[in-house]
Every structure is written in structure tokens, then in C-alpha cells.
Write a protein that binds this ligand. Structure first.
Ligand SMILES: Cc1ncc(C[n+]2csc(CCOP(=O)(O)OP(=O)(O)O)c2C)c(N)n1
Ligand code: SF4
Ligand SMILES: [Mg+2]
Length: 312
């Protein structure tokens, strides 16, 4: 059986299979919310039933961008703000792959904001996880597009004069067909949301609240959080665009007033993904592009094996 025909056959997978042999222990600071994303992602994999060689994880630049060093799968650590165009191209070339893109709030909502809007608009079939710690973590705490107005940092010592972006509302208005927010302090909910997002056919955006105890000491640690789908205080239909939009606006305002609302906000299972649209107009090849160039006989070597051999 070729590597391509094997893709899509769901088998038993253990979460341990997603821990790489090289650099298994992340170098994030103690207490960093990024650990929560990694844990939830690994826990989601046995439920999704995809093995490491069926998954491509494209990351941006930032502390969050290191995710694919600590997650065993195909990986592409791209350039700042560019995880989405790489992920889109890979999914179109090889639709059988489970494609996940991930990066920070600066990466995805700032420098990569254009790609975020258009990937949502075109409804590319992938999961996009944005580690939202409300600052630029890797470069030592500068103000990001999600930092609250008045937030003081080295770049804005008198406090930010800008209002933060509203990522959930932006995602919905741009055209994402699945929009959720979860938090690193809530790994069980995070795992469930990642499973749903991966199983969703279309662009699934997860705004993942990740505390940065090193550079963002003013940020609330996102506890206690409220699950809007479980709480009796909130009643809205996740399939109704205008109800979801209203709930998102409430959620985005509440975050900066100290109330952390999480959960699924919008799910549209009917909207065709970009790949389906292209197939419908006869623009998707029968044989995936990637398969045309795949050589069964080629003896693949992992880049880290080459690195280890060199340094023996
Ligand atoms: C084109 C470009 N501009 C700027 C940088 C410097 N830089 C590296 S990471 C980063 C911000 C990271 O913030 P965020 O995306 O929120 O990720 P976090 O570190 O918080 O996870 C910046 C500005 C860069 N690497 N490339
Ligand atoms: S600087 Fe912040 S975001 Fe980066 S690893 Fe440390 S705690 Fe995490
Ligand atoms: Mg950040």
C-alpha cells in the first residue's frame, strides 16, 4: 500500500507517539500556557485517529512557533506570520493530510493578519490554533494586537493607545466556518475543541488563551473561566451567525473586564471548504499533486537523523 492510500485509514494511535525522540522536553518557561496547547493537542490525536505521518503542523515565529519541535509529525517552522499560506498550499497539494497551523497573537493577528482574513474567507480545510498571550513573548513582552488598551510594555511605556483586535468577531466576519476560544488552564475543554476543529471540514479557528508569566504579569491567568456552552447564563445557537456574533462581542469585551468566556461560538457544517469548491468546478486534480512527485523507492531520512550522524 502506498503512503498516500494509507492516509485516511483511521487506526489506533497513542498520544505518546506524538512525543519526538529528539527534544522531547519543551524549553518554554515554567508556568507558560504553551504547555497546555501541546498537552491538549497530543491528547486530541488518539481521538482524531491520525498517526504522526498523516499530520502536518505549520508554525509561525514566536515562543508558540516552537510547538512543532515538541510535536512528532511532519512540521514546517515557517517565517513570521506565514504559517497559513504554507499550510494552505500543503493541503491543496495533498488533501489527505491533516493540516494544523499554529502561532502567536502577534504572528497570526498582526504580521500575518492578512493571511488570517483570507484563509478564513476562502474556508481552507485546516485547524488554526492561535496562542493568545496578549503580547510578543519571544521578543520579550512588547505590545501585541490583543494587548488591552492602556497595557504598559517596553514599546508603550505610557500604555497602549490602541484598542485590541477582536479575533473571534474578525474570524466570523472573514468567513471561518468554525470559531472557538479555549484556555491553557482548561485542557479538557481544549482537547475536545481541538478534536472538533480537526474533524470539521473547513477553516476551524481556535483562539487559545495562553498565559505568559514571564513577560505579561498583568494578564489575568484566565481563571476562573466560564464555558459558554455549559453555563445557564448564556443561551445562544452556535449555528446561528447573528447569535454567535452577539455572543462573540460579549466575550471579547468581557475578557478585558476580567471575565473569561470560552467554548464553541460558531459552527457551520454546511459551507463547502475551498478544496470542495475547487473540486466542484473541476479544478482539483484526481491525483493529488504531492502523489505525482512521490517516489516509493526513495529512501527518506529525517533531517534530525542527518544532523545526529554529522555530530557523532
Ligand atoms: C519579519 C519578522 N519581523 C519580526 C520578527 C521578530 N519577532 C520574532 S517573534 C516576534 C513576535 C512573537 O509574538 P507572538 O506571535 O505573539 O508569539 P509568542 O512569542 O507570544 O508566542 C517578533 C516580532 C521576526 N522574527 N520576523
Ligand atoms: S516568554 Fe512567555 S510565552 Fe515565551 S516561553 Fe516564556 S512564559 Fe511562555
Ligand atoms: Mg504572543
Amino acid at each position: 500500500m502506498s503512503a498516500f492510500s494509507a492516509i485516511g485509514e483511521r487506526g489506533e494511535v497513542e498520544r505518546e507517539e506524538f512525543t519526538p525522540g529528539m527534544e522531547p522536553q519543551p524549553t518554554w518557561c515554567p508556568g507558560c500556557g504553551d504547555f497546555g496547547v501541546l498537552k491538549a493537542l497530543k491528547q486530541a490525536m488518539p481521538e482524531v485517529g491520525r498517526s504522526p505521518d498523516e499530520v502536518l503542523l505549520c508554525t509561525g515565529i514566536g515562543c508558540s512557533g516552537k510547538l512543532n519541535s515538541y510535536f512528532e509529525s511532519y512540521g514546517f517552522h515557517t517565517i513570521h506570520g506565514r504559517s497559513l499560506p504554507i499550510a494552505r498550499a500543503a493541503k491543496l497539494a495533498n488533501p489527505g493530510l491533516e493540516v494544523v497551523a499554529a502561532g502567536g497573537d502577534g504572528d497570526g493577528y498582526g504580521i500575518g493578519g492578512n493571511h488570517f482574513v483570507h484563509t478564513a474567507r476562502e474556508n481552507h480545510d485546516m485547524t488554526y490554533i492561535v496562542f493568545n498571550n496578549e503580547i510578543f513573548g519571544l521578543t520579550k513582552g512588547q505590545t501585541s494586537p490583543t494587548s488591552p488598551k492602556g497595557h504598559k510594555s517596553k514599546t508603550q511605556p505610557h500604555g497602549s493607545a490602541k484598542s485590541p483586535i477582536q479575533p473571534l468577531s474578525l474570524s466570523l466576519t472573514s468567513g471561518a466556518s468554525y470559531v472557538a476560544r479555549t484556555a491553557a488552564v482548561n485542557p479538557n475543554q481544549a482537547k475536545e475543541i481541538i478534536v472538533e476543529a480537526m474533524e470539521h471540514d473547513g477553516f476551524a479557528h481556535i483562539d487559545f488563551l495562553t498565559q505568559c508569566p514571564t513577560w505579561n504579569k498583568d494578564a489575568r491567568q484566565y481563571v476562573p473561566y466560564i464555558d459558554v456552552n455549559e453555563s445557564d447564563d448564556y443561551d445562544f445557537d452556535t449555528t446561528d451567525r447573528s447569535e454567535a456574533s452577539e455572543m462573540m462581542q460579549k466575550t471579547e469585551e468581557a475578557l478585558y473586564e476580567g471575565e473569561v468566556l470560552t467554548g464553541r461560538f460558531y459552527v457551520d457544517s454546511d459551507r463547502p471548504s475551498y478544496g470542495q469548491e475547487k473540486r466542484a468546478i473541476g479544478e482539483m486534480p484526481e491525483e493529488p499533486l504531492a502523489e505525482r512527485y512521490f517516489d516509493e523507492e526513495y529512501d527518506w531520512e529525517r533531517s534530525h537523523d542527518l544532523f545526529l550522524d554529522k555530530h557523532k
